[in-house]
Design a protein around this ligand. Structure first.
Ligand SMILES: Nc1nc2c(c(=O)[nH]1)N=C([C@H](O)[C@H](O)COP(=O)(O)OP(=O)(O)OP(=O)(O)O)CN2
Ligand SMILES: [Zn+2]
Length: 129
């Protein structure tokens, strides 16, 4: 079946530590996280900004995590203070958190894949089953 795949990338700068990690990552430090969000759908939908079914999703919706933490995003945050306690601040769980929060903002039929780079050489991918 034909389908659309929307792709957007952005960065945010935040501090974190991995709780109970025996090593330097257990101490507060920072990363410029790079995030890639891929949204796939075989149909189009209206969005907050248009009543017409012409988008998989508004790019703005996929980029919410780029916003400053005071505006609901993850930029310039201490991730341990912002993520709910069930999400550790590993790249794995940050990717799941961004996935879960983005999914909430999308129509049900849209499939999602989130990639989070913690450093330029280490990243994790998390996607719908
Ligand atoms: N599977 C995971 N492993 C690690 C994570 C993670 O989220 N998932 N996170 C960390 C630390 O947060 C850490 O900041 C990463 O540091 P490090 O591996 O030292 O990164 P570098 O790029 O500096 O690696 P070098 O090998 O020292 O160059 C650790 N592991
Ligand atoms: Zn780290």
């Amino acid at each position: 079946m034909p389908r659309w795949k929307l792709v957007t990338e952005f960065t945010f700068d935040s501090a974190h530590y991995i709780t109970d990690y025996d090593g330097p990552c257990g101490r507060m430090h920072g990363h410029t996280y790079r995030v890639r969000v891929e949204a796939t759908s075989d149909r189009l939908y209206p969005s907050a900004h248009t009543p017409h079914p012409v988008m998989v999703a508004d790019f703005k919706t996929l980029r919410w995590a780029k916003k400053d933490v005071t505006e609901g995003g993850l930029d310039h945050a201490v991730l341990n203070e912002v993520l709910p306690p069930e999400y550790a601040t590993t790249a794995e769980m940050i990717a799941k958190y961004i996935h879960d929060e983005t999914k909430r903002r999308l129509p049900e039929g849209v499939r999602l894949k989130v990639t989070v780079w913690e450093t330029p050489t280490s990243w994790v991918e998390y996607e719908d089953a």
